[in-house]
Design a protein around this ligand. Structure first.
Ligand code: ZN
Length: 375
């Protein structure tokens, strides 16, 4: 293993709490050698020089501005972000026009590339990052970086990106522990490396970062701490498409737990993550669905946005108040003859949209129109 020279500085680190799920490979973009995280937090955790010397410039917990869109690039990767990615800058050379970021004559020395393979393999092992989570900057946003592995023309460069990936995917060197000590990894299950949300040297830090439904594992995969998944539904919804996946985590890289078809019902609890909605589905369990396929029962159902146009009285005994306009929707409680409520003029499938005080709180709900007498 090439030596890693410690030039770590916290000075220009803009943010802390890196989740360490991905590794991004960059090239410096200029002919030269540099090992500093510049003011503003631009830079990477590691820099590799032409002779293969590795410098670590920032702690793994540092979040650096290295793979974001900067309001300019287009996001390509569904999950890799500054907040969960460790960056490695390779110092390149160029025989062409170095002011052109995509010039075909950019290249890496053999020493730089070999050190990069060693460093990536070490980080994969230390941080529990799978080879599928080792990416080019170019795989995350549409930036031509690192040029030699985007051009893939092998100009004075030993490997294409695919060949680099093959080298880090090999199972060689699996037993090396080289003094890095214990790492605690937070995953849904030990086998599901893709579900990892963090890796920590300190068990207390790992416990603090552990989310409901996740377990902290020691370096041998033994569970040392778990946080049970508690579910508190805040609403119900319907699936808006066919063959829609429910996944173990918020992103396409997470394993499917099952599939839903149009019209199938499930619960939501509001603990969404980006474009992914946290759902509980009977027979499948708790997971995430993409928001494009989630049709909420009450899209504007919050008591604060309610706009009453009148009041009404319930004319029946034991009349169900439901979460949606139909008898298939969950009953939130029952009203008796003479109970009062507000209406906002919405009516669907013979059900009227109401705001009613029920079991101690205001609920936005639906009630069959045959039991409603407007004032
Ligand atoms: Zn880059």
């Amino acid at each position: 293993m090439a030596k890693i020279i410690n030039v770590i500085s916290d000075k220009n680190v803009p943010k802390w709490g890196n989740k360490k799920k991905y590794i991004a490979i960059h090239y410096l973009g200029v002919v030269g050698q540099n090992n500093k995280v510049e003011a503003g937090g631009y830079g990477a955790h590691y820099y590799i020089y032409w002779d293969g010397t590795i410098y670590q410039a920032a702690k793994h917990d540092a979040i650096l501005w290295q793979v974001g869109t900067a309001g300019y690039y287009t996001q390509k990767h569904p999950e890799a972000r500054n907040s969960n990615t460790i960056g490695i800058e390779l110092c390149p050379k160029c025989d062409g026009n170095a002011s052109n970021p995509s010039d075909p004559y950019w290249y890496f020395t053999t020493e730089t590339q070999e050190a990069c393979v060693q460093l990536v393999k070490k980080l994969m092992q230390d941080l529990g990052i799978p080879a599928s989570h080792v990416l080019r900057h170019y795989d995350i946003v549409n930036k031509h970086c690192p040029a030699p592995y985007v051009n893939n023309n092998k100009y004075k460069t030993s490997w294409t990106w695919e060949e680099f990936k093959a080298r880090i995917s090999g199972s060689s060197g699996g037993s090396s522990t080289d003094g890095t000590g214990q790492m605690y990894r937070i995953r849904k299950s030990w086998a599901d490396a893709g579900s990892q949300i963090g890796a920590y040297e300190n068990l207390d830090n790992a416990k603090a970062a552990c989310k409901a439904g996740y377990t902290v594992y020691d370096k041998d995969g033994k569970a040392v701490y778990s946080k049970a998944e508690t579910w508190k539904a805040t609403g119900t919804a319907t699936c808006g498409g066919n063959g829609v996946y429910v996944r173990s985590g918020p992103g396409k890289s997470h394993d499917p737990l099952g599939q839903l078809n149009k019209g199938q019902r499930f619960e939501v609890d509001g603990n969404d993550s980006g474009e992914w909605v946290h759902v509980k589905v009977a027979g499948i369990g708790i997971g995430y669905m993409h928001k494009d396929y989630v049709v909420y029962d009450q899209p504007t159902a919050s008591a604060s946005s309610w706009k009453a146009i009148g009041t009404a009285t319930c004319t029946g005994q034991g009349v169900n108040v439901r979460s949606g306009p139909g008898t298939s929707y969950k009953s939130l409680g029952q009203l008796g003859k003479g109970n009062r409520f507000e209406v906002d003029g919405q009516e669907k499938n013979g059900f009227i949209h109401i705001k009613v005080h029920l079991n101690g709180k205001d609920r936005i709900a639906w009630i069959s129109s045959q039991y409603v007498k407007r004032d």
